[in-house]
Each structure stands twice: as structure tokens, then as C-alpha cells.
Design a binder for this molecule. Structure first.
Ligand SMILES: [Ca+2]
Ligand SMILES: [Ca+2]
Ligand SMILES: [Ca+2]
Ligand SMILES: [Ca+2]
Length: 491
């Protein structure tokens, strides 16, 4: 009997200890505020982590204006503008590079395989045809002169409204997925894939147009490896915004060639679900080799927002789907409208933060990995009384210390269009210095602290490849190349 009690106690303790096992805490501190230019300028649309575009080892942050009042072209009273802020051990909050008239920008991709991050930006056109420009990243630092330009095909096509990238055919070059979810006929929606290469070109290698009217196919797109076969897969959301049909997620498996037949198709169980308006690919969740897709939708009953969780696996037929209800606040209609993933505390597990609520009750639901995503580990409420309204914008490791910073958009006087102003607040679990004066981070003046060896490019390669390295001072060096078994090949 005594022994039995001991076992029960052990089991009880195991359950209890398992439940109260402390995760590494999230202790966010505000490290910087970047203010907009003028009331009503829509500062903070968009906010993007574009990757390390000036080749100094620190990821760089893009922040846009939707209605900037002081345009270089004086015929216009408002224009779009996107600024890039270079990351660093000390952050300065002075823009380093400006893309005038760009509505949105995407980075973190190398389309021509030269080891330098390339940028793709979206621009407005007459009749909302849509246009994108590609800026290949040169060795001597980024520039704002476009290398390629492409327009949409139809009026109101909104070409470039959403863009994603990944190496879909696993040839060492990132590929570009570009959506045009509307048109002037019946909003079928069309998505294009442009394979990367050297030389790169902006001629589509794959496209598909929905056969269903008002499908808005491409209102969201995402890219990533769901079945861990080394080929990035791509996903297309088709929310049927303009009809009563249920929303859909199409998944196309990456490979050496692509077909227009999806490898997996998920349709929401209810009409007016708008599944596919918003979609995120998540890598490395709970240390899994397989990717995961999260997609927001509306459950008609109660008009509440929930999330479809689609977990990757080796075989596409058996992709596992679950519906994540917001148990914390079942009537939260804004759940999953804003989203960020990254390494926010210091435990090395991928974390997810989902924002929800509205106005004064705005909350951030934090799922600090490892997590099943059904119950948040903690919630954050950043709103100040009455005048402030926060939304989560993005994450980026600005000082490259393996802890991602969280970027929030703060609106002051959000209900008054004449005085509404916007600030960007940067929070971190590991604060670092911020300077109000400009720090020169151009790559030609970059002095590395220590030895850095960059990945070779192209990779794979035939008879030659380039290997970049940085030294803190000029010195004699020796490079030795080993094969995968550790045998010395070349010196
Ligand atoms: Ca950088
Ligand atoms: Ca490149
Ligand atoms: Ca490729
Ligand atoms: Ca950091």
C-alpha cells in the first residue's frame, strides 16, 4: 500500500510538475520609437524584415508610408514611400535608403544566386493593373535602380498584391510567387511563379488562374517546405471574397517541374468563411522538420475568427488539419489579423505571437514554443488608456544576437483622421543600444569584428564557385575544402 501511494504521488507530481514547468519568460522592453512624418501619413504600412541587404551581417528593416505628404514630384500631394533602416549592434533610427512610390516590399530572397539579397517592390498603376520591380542586390551595397519591371495583365488585376519566395525547384536559386487576385471580369485571380536563375528574368514559368468566378485566388500566398524534401512548396489562398462559396487553400508541391493540379486542397466547411485571406508559413515549429501553415478564417456562427492549422508531413495526402479556436476569448473577432513568428525569449524554440481584440481590449496571444497553439502561454496588452492603439507588425533580429525583436505599430488618436499619427515601437527581450544620430553602415566602410566565412555561390555548381570571407585586417589565409565525408579536396 505504501508503495502504491508512492507511485501515485510520483504520477501526481509528474502531471503537476509538467504543467507548471516554467518556460523561459518573455520580458519585452521597448528599445526604440520611430515617429512618422506628419498626421495622416499612414506610417507603418508596410513593416517588413527584408533580410541583410547591405551585406554587413545584420538584417534590415523596411517601413513604409501610405500617404507621405512631401513628395519629390510636387504635382502630387500624397505618395507612397518605403524607407530601409539598416540593423546593427547599435541601431540608428535614421533611414538609410528610400524607395519612392513603392507600396510594399519583399526581401530575404536571392533570385540570381549571387549571395546578395534581392528586393521586389509593388507599385500602383492606372486602373490598378499593378506593377512590380526587382532590385538585384549588388556586391557594393543596395541601390534603388530597378533591374526588372513587370505589369499585370488586366485592369484591376492588382498584380503584386501579395508576393512570396522560396526555392521551389531546389536548384539553388530562390523563386518568386506573385499574386494578382482580382480583375475587371469576375475576380478569378491568377498566381505566377518566376523561377530564379543566372541570368534572372521576369517571364513567368508557371501560372494558374482560378476557373471559379469571384474566387480571389491569390489573395494570400506563402512558400516553404511542408514535406521536408528540400523543395519549397507554395500555397495559395482563395477566400471567395465576392461570393458565398467557402474559402480554399491550394497547396502545390515543389519539384523540378510544376503542374497546375494542387497536391492538397482544403475547403472551409462553411460559406462566407473567407479562408485564405491571410496565411502564414511557419518553419521549425516545435523543432519539426516539416513546415506548418496557419490560415485565418471566419466561423459564421458567432462571427468569430479562428485559424486553420495545417501541419506538414512526408506525404501530402496525409497533411494534418486542425482548427484552432481562440479558447482564451471565444468572441475575439480580430484573432490572427496580425501575426509574428520568431525567437522572442531565450530558449531557442520558435515562438508565435498572434494579435487579437480591438481598441482598448487589444491583446497579443503568445505561444512560446513548444506549444500546441491551443492555449497561449501568456498574453500581452500594450494599449495605453484611450489614445493609443497597438498592432503587431513583424519581427526581425536587428542586432543579430539570436533574439528577434518585435515591431509594433502604435496609433495615436486613432479615431480622429486629422490628428491620427503613427509610431513604430521596437521591443526586445535582449535590449541593445539605439542612437538618434546616423551610423554609416555602407558595406564599403564595414569593418568586421572577427573572421566571417560566407556561403559559396552558386551552390550547387559545376566547375567553379565563389567563396566570400571577411577579415578584421589584411592577412595571409589558407582555405581548405573538404568533401562531405571529411576528406581533403583542395587547399
Ligand atoms: Ca544589414
Ligand atoms: Ca541576388
Ligand atoms: Ca529555384
Ligand atoms: Ca536581437
Amino acid at each position: 500500500m505504501k508503495k502504491d501511494i508512492g507511485i501515485y504521488l510520483m504520477i501526481f507530481c509528474f502531471i503537476l510538475c509538467n504543467n507548471v514547468y516554467p518556460k523561459s519568460p518573455l520580458n519585452l522592453q521597448k528599445i526604440a520609437t520611430i515617429s512618422g512624418h506628419a498626421p495622416g501619413d499612414e506610417f507603418g504600412r508596410p513593416v517588413k524584415n527584408v533580410g541583410d541587404i547591405n551585406n554587413d551581417g545584420y538584417p534590415d528593416l523596411a517601413i513604409g508610408y501610405g500617404r507621405y505628404p512631401d513628395c519629390p514630384d510636387t504635382n502630387r500631394t500624397r505618395c507612397n514611400r518605403i524607407d530601409i533602416y539598416y540593423g546593427g549592434d547599435t541601431l540608428d533610427i535614421i533611414p538609410d535608403l528610400t524607395f519612392w512610390d513603392a507600396i510594399n516590399i519583399w526581401g530575404n530572397m536571392d533570385l540570381n544566386g549571387d549571395g546578395y539579397i534581392d528586393l521586389v517592390a509593388r507599385y500602383s498603376t492606372y486602373f490598378d493593373i499593378g506593377m512590380i520591380k526587382v532590385f538585384l542586390g549588388p556586391e557594393n551595397g543596395p541601390d534603388t535602380t530597378a533591374d526588372f519591371t513587370r505589369y499585370g495583365e488586366y485592369y484591376y488585376h492588382q498584380f503584386g498584391r501579395e508576393i512570396s519566395s522560396g526555392d521551389i525547384n531546389a536548384d539553388g536559386y530562390d523563386d518568386l510567387v506573385v499574386a494578382a487576385p482580382f480583375d475587371d471580369i469576375a475576380a478569378y485571380g491568377r498566381v505566377y511563379v518566376f523561377f530564379g536563375g543566372d541570368p534572372f528574368d521576369l517571364e513567368p514559368d508557371w501560372y494558374y488562374q482560378s476557373e471559379v468566378e469571384f474566387a480571389c485566388y491569390g489573395e494570400s500566398v506563402a512558400c516553404g517546405d511542408l514535406n521536408a524534401d528540400g523543395y519549397a512548396d507554395f500555397m495559395v489562398g482563395s477566400p471567395h471574397d465576392l461570393s458565398d462559396k467557402p474559402g480554399r487553400i491550394y497547396i502545390y508541391s515543389g519539384g523540378d517541374t510544376l503542374t497546375t493540379m494542387p497536391d492538397f486542397l482544403y475547403e472551409a466547411p462553411n460559406p462566407y468563411s473567407y479562408l485564405g485571406r491571410k496565411m502564414e508559413y511557419v518553419s521549425n515549429w516545435n523543432d519539426s522538420d516539416y513546415g506548418m501553415v496557419l490560415a485565418g478564417w471566419i466561423i459564421t456562427e458567432g462571427y468569430r475568427t479562428d485559424v486553420l492549422k495545417l501541419s506538414g508531413s512526408a506525404v501530402f495526402d496525409s497533411l494534418h488539419t486542425e482548427i484552432i479556436y481562440n479558447n482564451y476569448d471565444p468572441y475575439d473577432q480580430s484573432f490572427f489579423i496580425w501575426f509574428a513568428q520568431g525567437y522572442f525569449n531565450n530558449d531557442g524554440y520558435k515562438d508565435i505571437i498572434v494579435s487579437g481584440g480591438s481598441g482598448e481590449s487589444k491583446k497579443m496571444y503568445c505561444y512560446l514554443g513548444e506549444s500546441d497553439l491551443f492555449n497561449p502561454d501568456t498574453t500581452i496588452a500594450l494599449d495605453d488608456t484611450n489614445t493609443l492603439s497597438f498592432s503587431l507588425s513583424n519581427s526581425i533580429d536587428l542586432n543579430n544576437d539570436k533574439t528577434d525583436e518585435l515591431i509594433f505599430l502604435r496609433r495615436i488618436n486613432p479615431d480622429d483622421p486629422y490628428t491620427r499619427t503613427y509610431n513604430i515601437d521596437i521591443y526586445s527581450n535582449n535590449p541593445f543600444p539605439v542612437s538618434n544620430s546616423a551610423i554609416d553602415r555602407h558595406s564599403d566602410s564595414y569593418q568586421p569584428n572577427g573572421f566571417t566565412l560566407k556561403p559559396n555561390y552558386p551552390n550547387p555548381f559545376n566547375n567553379s564557385t565563389n567563396i566570400h570571407f571577411y577579415l578584421p585586417q589584411a592577412d595571409q589565409i589558407q582555405i581548405t575544402i573538404y568533401d562531405i565525408l571529411g576528406g581533403k579536396l583542395h587547399c
